[in-house]
Design a binder for this molecule. Structure first.
Ligand code: AMP
Length: 144
């Protein structure tokens, strides 16, 4: 299965935050949207960075209570790994495991076109495995 098919099922909405937003705003957004990472984008279309709950935990260890007033740009990862709608989900799984990241922005013609999380990938794999098991069960039932 390709990223494009997965997006068709889950939707293409991407939660973004500006580089000048505070970490306080970011954590409220993470809680409100029930997500683990936000794409950083000042225009809502091009990717400036990504910031996840991991960055918040590391930031808390480094800066303590001052963290809340710091800007997203001070904590975000700038070198963002992205994927394309035509990429295969099995390659995405490998990439996430190798790079130890749980979120991949999807880019199409230079613009944000969705986000794939490790949760989406696991859900997709479980559905695939369930389908394979059902097909095998039906096949065995017919042969008996
Ligand atoms: P995560 O596993 O997504 O919570 O992210 C772990 C670390 O990798 C954090 O420092 C994130 O900022 C960073 N990160 C998450 N997703 C990406 C990505 N697609 N490209 C580059 N870094 C990322």
């Amino acid at each position: 299965m390709k990223v494009e098919e997965l997006l068709r099922g889950k939707g293409r909405e991407v939660v973004t935050i500006g580089t000048h937003a505070t970490i306080d705003t970011l954590v409220r957004r993470l809680r409100l949207e029930k997500i683990g990472a936000v794409v950083v984008s000042d225009d809502g279309e091009t990717v400036d960075g990504i910031i996840s709950e991991r960055d918040v935990v590391n930031g808390l260890a480094d800066h303590g209570a001052e963290l809340r007033a710091m800007m997203v740009s001070e904590l975000m990862t700038r070198n963002v790994v992205t994927c394309a709608p035509s990429d295969e989900i099995r390659d995405i799984m490998r990439l996430m495991t190798q790079k130890r990241i749980r979120h991949l922005p999807v880019i199409y013609h230079g613009k944000l076109a969705g986000v794939i999380s490790i949760g989406d990938v696991v859900k997709n794999r479980l559905e695939d495995m369930q389908m394979e098991a059902n097909v095998l069960r039906d096949y065995l039932a017919v042969r008996q």
